[in-house]
Design a protein around this ligand. Structure first.
Ligand SMILES: Cc1cc2nc3c(=O)[nH]c(=O)nc-3n(C[C@H](O)[C@H](O)[C@H](O)COP(=O)(O)OP(=O)(O)OC[C@H]3O[C@@H](n4cnc5c(N)ncnc54)[C@H](O)[C@@H]3O)c2cc1C
Length: 590
């Protein structure tokens, strides 16, 4: 397989791609599988027994487990070896996140430390800062937090009021302000704090040691879920931060914050896979034990439908996350080969895929919410009992739609970044739109399985691309106030990316003969295609109804019907077959 990124960020919408050029999870190599296995062994043998204790905030337990992870090298997976890390690739890092993601609150603390806690230093720190702090974070000797959010600055992160003023002798910044919702705050040693220097309009970033004088905290927040993760408000009262602890350049903090969030978003997409697998296993285990009306509930069609849909969401999320992760990894490597520095290559490689990162955060978090919700339903009354693990999964899932940028913000980012790339000629979006306008006829269905799936996706891309300039022309600069329509477009793009990624994965599995039972993978693809085409139809119909009237609306509705035409198939039987494999294996084994 090519080691050059198959597509630039956002290009999936305008280019067709062969299955040969995408990475699929079946292609993880021996070493990556071993690292993944030791990560999941660590969770099952060292952490799982403490899930209750963690949620009860047993004193010192979370940092102790994080330090144990550090001793095994898990905290330094993406840190270069010279700083006592493992120096592993982006893909391997994502795979580790997937495995750790099954560990409820522990995974949140782990991600906050290894992601938003460590990456600002790793990517933007200078040599002195690396020498001083990086090994400590990679080994778990020190733990880290990321302090961006403030009471008045959440989604609007640059609105923060925390201020840094240079001391008279020029040796320190004097930091004053308040941060809230800070993960790992209760035990972190190093805080990346975002604040404005003097009267700057844009944030800067600072490395702040948590035991410096002037730092105080509120007690732990009383949260709905992820109860075991430490979340506190932090106050900075005349904290003296040495000038050499400015991270990056003055005024670069907002960019640092956003770039780190891109990584956080795709990581969240990977993390939820572990949580999905755990929830599915709990669901099918229960369905295979619980009898009603003299039969196991796993024999009922309504339950099989839920189990199958859980599998389809997970499989499709995996397909999209690892496809994007490989493109990011290849782009980082290209940048490194072209001579870019380590931090810049990583940041720019990841930022290139801003739309995909945002979409995967949304798809992953909403898929997990669906899966745990149906998991509770499969458990019936027991699902509502705090004695049952699925209850924890249900509560813990909800945060994923809120942090790392809310899903509303991420939906807006996805569509905004793709159209901006087009306007800046980074991708040929508007050229492709002109081409599409000349031929709106649907692609032909020939009866050949993969051809017809590709044809459907081409039609759905045509539809999406056709709508973009229409709404832009209709609303001009005021389009930013039509968020509902932007979210319709964003959902269309997201569903297309996921559908195409799943198609390419199944096609590759099939054509390379990677699995014996290809028919069940085709079932997954058929169910997904069926569900997402309906969803794209709904989004497009909403969008059209929101900006077009009369003859224009009629014409667009005709086009919509033509481009979303689906051949009917027996979705009920397909779901039963997918559920059948899950029920027989009694675990997610796809
Ligand atoms: C458990 C937990 C852990 C967290 N950990 C950290 C951490 O470690 N570090 C850190 O810095 N922060 C952290 N956060 C903060 C988190 O990132 C923010 O809560 C999040 O960004 C949303 O900000 P907010 O809560 O102020 O909501 P708001 O920004 O007030 O949003 C409220 C609602 O309005 C919507 N909204 C806002 N603006 C727009 C818009 N322009 N268009 C459409 N809708 C909009 C949002 O989508 C949301 O639905 C954490 C939060 C929680 C709950």
């Amino acid at each position: 397989m090519s080691t050059k990124a198959s597509l630039k960020g956002g290009e999936f919408l305008i280019k067709d791609i062969s299955y040969e050029n995408v990475f699929i999870p079946e292609e993880f190599d021996e070493e990556q599988r071993m690292i993944a296995e030791s990560s999941s062994d660590f969770i099952e043998t060292q952490v799982a027994q403490y899930f209750d204790d963690l949620d009860n905030h047993k004193e010192g337990l979370m940092p102790q487990l994080l330090k144990q992870a550090g001793e095994l090298g898990l905290l330094g997976i993406s840190v270069p070896e010279e700083y006592e890390g493992f120096g592993q690739s982006f893909l391997t890092n994502m795979k580790v996140n997937e495995e750790i993601g099954s560990a409820y609150s522990f995974s949140v603390a782990f991600m906050a430390h290894t992601g938003i806690g460590t990456l600002p230093l790793l990517y933007y720190g200078n040599k002195e800062q690396h020498d001083k702090y990086l090994s400590k974070l990679a080994t778990g000797e020190w733990l880290a937090s990321y302090c961006l959010t403030e009471p008045g600055a959440g989604s609007d992160a640059n609105a923060g009021k925390t201020k840094a003023v240079l001391s008279e002798d020029g040796k320190h910044y004097i930091l004053n302000g308040q941060k809230m919702w800070i993960t790992n705050a209760g035990f972190a040693n190093l805080l990346t704090v975002f604040a404005k220097i003097e009267n700057d309009r844009i944030l800067s970033a600072f490395l702040v040691e948590a035991d410096w004088e002037g730092i105080t905290m509120n007690p732990e927040e009383n949260k709905m879920g992820i109860k075991g993760s430490s979340t506190r408000q932090i106050f900075f009262n005349d904290v003296k931060v040495p000038v050499e602890n400015l991270l990056g350049r003055r005024g670069e903090g907002f960019r640092i914050a956003l770039n780190i969030l891109h990584v956080g978003r795709i990581k969240l997409g990977a993390t939820v896979i572990g949580a999905m697998r755990r929830a599915i296993n709990q669901s099918v285990n229960y369905a295979n034990e619980r009898k009603q009306f003299g039969s196991l509930i796993s024999s009922f069609g309504a339950i099989q439908q839920k189990l199958a849909d859980q599998v389809v969401k997970t499989f499709s999320n995996e397909s999209a996350v690892y496809r994007a992760s490989k493109d990011i990894e290849d782009t980082i490597n290209e940048f490194l080969e072209s001579g870019k520095e380590y931090g810049a290559a990583n940041i720019e490689g990841i930022a290139e895929y801003e739309p995909e990162c945002a979409m995967l955060k949304v798809y992953g978090s909403e898929s997990l919410d669906f899966i745990v919700d149906e998991g509770v339903q499969i458990h019936g009354g027991m699902g509502y009992s705090a004695e049952t693990p699925i209850e924890r999964g249900y509560r813990d899932s909800r945060i994923n739609r809120i942090f790392e940028g809310t899903n509303e913000i991420n939906r807006l980012i996805a569509v905004d970044s793709i159209t901006k790339k087009g306007k800046k000629h980074k991708i040929d979006l508007y050229e492709k739109i002109e081409e599409i306008k000349k031929n709106l006829e649907p692609e032909a269905f020939t009866g050949e399985y993969y051809n017809d799936k590709h044809a459907l996706i081409k039609n759905l891309k045509k539809l999406t691309l056709y709508l973009i300039p229409l709404v832009q022309e209709k609303f001009g600069r005021k389009l930013m106030f039509e968020e509902e329509i932007l979210m319709n477009l964003s959902d269309m793009m997201m569903n297309l990316y996921v559908m195409e990624s799943t198609l390419l994965r199944v096609e590759k599995i099939d054509k390379k003969g990677l699995k014996d039972n290809i028919s069940v993978y085709k079932d997954i693809l058929d169910i997904l295609t069926h569900n997402l085409t309906k969803s794209i139809y709904g989004s497009a119909l909403d969008a059209i109804g929101s900006f077009a009237e009369g003859e224009e609306a009629d014409k667009l509705k005709t086009l919509l019907d033509k481009l979303t035409s689906l051949n009917p198939f027996n979705v009920k039987e397909a779901r039963r077959r997918v559920a059948g494999k899950l029920i027989e294996d009694n675990r997610y084994n796809f």
